[in-house]
Design a protein around this ligand. Structure first.
Ligand code: ADP
Ligand code: MG
Length: 365
């Protein structure tokens, strides 16, 4: 689906200026004819101030699109070309990185088992390896054989037997990826999956491109991945809702902050199926092959980098609240909000001061 564009701010401004000059003309004509100048002068000053405020805060360029298996919303306070740049970049990365699309470059690498990597795929592979190591394997880019076993890529859901899990688990783990410079070799049956970082990587790439183009403010919402650039032209904070896991179209709380940040949520509610009354979601524990920690409903990460935020949101969901808290204490590049299945909420110090609309417990260092 191609994006839908809107561009209305120029014509609004022109209309305002036109009205303003008509008003001034009438005002001075009446003033000179009837006096009472001071009172009318005051009204005029107020109107000028209102007019200038209205015109200096321009309307954003906006697009809605469907890519990377999710709905995305883009808002850019810039030129129409900046919007096209971003939507083109997302479609380009989508074609490259989908493990489920047999035509993607990633699928070709998975099929052949070896390749010479370059560009985005090389960067993503290197980043994924280091993020996997950093998170003790909770984020694992080789989880795809398990994801397939559960039937998530083509919605052909299936609860695997322990025997099937035992056959598949030996294919999972970064020790099955062999890098020699930019050449990659995968052990037989091992497959890469960038599903847990692709949207974050794409959002970060887009923000980098916009920054290079001199755009000062943008808001990208790629599914559960939100990325902000700069300060909103009206000077107010970014207010980003955290989805209610029991009713994802509503917010359970909101985070308010200024500046460029990534806010990424991973939750079991985002993709799941039910079988015999049990719910199974798409974030898998690479150690067991089973859907991860069933006491957490979602994890939201606030961080400077979109790709890191995306990897962490998945990894911390896999870790569960206690291990994730310990991990947060060892790092200083992110903050987090944890929503439990029973709807209790925990926020690390840095998020606690930005969080509103809910009751929560603060996690301290
Ligand atoms: P979403 O894509 O719904 O925003 P995530 O960022 O958490 O959620 O990514 C989940 C996707 O990542 C899954 O659909 C699967 O393809 C892959 N995945 C599942 N478990 C893991 C894991 N432990 N590590 C890395 N990738 C995973
Ligand atoms: Mg993720």
């Amino acid at each position: 689906m191609r994006p839908v564009y809107s561009n209305t701010h120029l014509s609004n401004c022109q209309i305002l200026f036109d009205s303003f000059f008509r008003f001034c003309y009438t005002f001075f004509k009446i003033s000179f004819e009837f006096g009472d100048l001071m009172k009318k002068l005051m009204i005029c000053i107020v109107l000028i101030a209102l007019l200038l405020t209205g015109c200096s805060v321009s309307e954003p360029e906006e697009a809605d699109l469907y890519a990377m298996d999710t709905l995305m919303k883009i808002k850019i306070w810039g030129e129409h070309e900046d919007l096209v740049l971003v939507t083109d970049e997302i479609h380009r990365l989508d074609l490259l990185l989908s493990a489920a699309d047999s035509g993607s470059l990633l699928s070709q690498i998975n099929l052949s088992g070896s390749a010479e990597l370059s560009g985005d795929i090389l960067t993503l592979t290197q980043d994924a390896l280091s993020l996997s190591e950093k998170t003790g394997g909770a984020f694992d880019p080789t989880v795809y054989p398990l994801v397939r076993l559960w039937g998530f890529p083509d919605d052909a859901y299936h609860v695997p037997t322990q025997e099937e899990l035992d056959e598949t688990l030996p294919l999972v783990g970064t020790e099955h990826i062999h890098m020699d410079g930019s050449s990659i070799t995968l052990d037989k049956g091992t497959m890469l999956d960038f599903g847990a970082i692709a949207k974050g990587y794409a959002a970060q790439q887009c923000v980098n491109l916009l920054e290079e183009n001199g755009v000062e403010a943008a808001l990208l919402s790629l599914g559960g991945n939100v990325q902000t650039l700069g300060t909103k032209p009206d000077g107010t904070a970014w207010n980003i809702g955290i989805a209610d896991p029991d009713n994802p179209s509503q917010a359970i709380a909101q985070l308010s902050f200024f500046g460029s940040k990534a806010l990424v949520t991973s939750g079991g509610y985002q993709r799941f199926f039910e079988f015999n009354g049990v719910s199974y979601h798409h974030i898998l524990d690479p150690k067991t092959g089973m859907p991860a920690d069933q006491t957490l409903a979602s994890v939201t990460i606030l961080c400077d980098n979109g790709e890191v935020a995306d990897a962490y949101s998945t990894a911390l969901f896999v870790m569960g609240l206690e291990e994730a808290t310990e991990f947060w204490k060892t790092q200083n590049d992110f903050d987090a909000v944890f929503i439990m299945k029973d709807r209790t909420i925990y926020a690390t110090e840095g998020c606690a001061e930005l969080l509103s609309g809910c009751e929560f417990t603060v996690i301290k260092r």
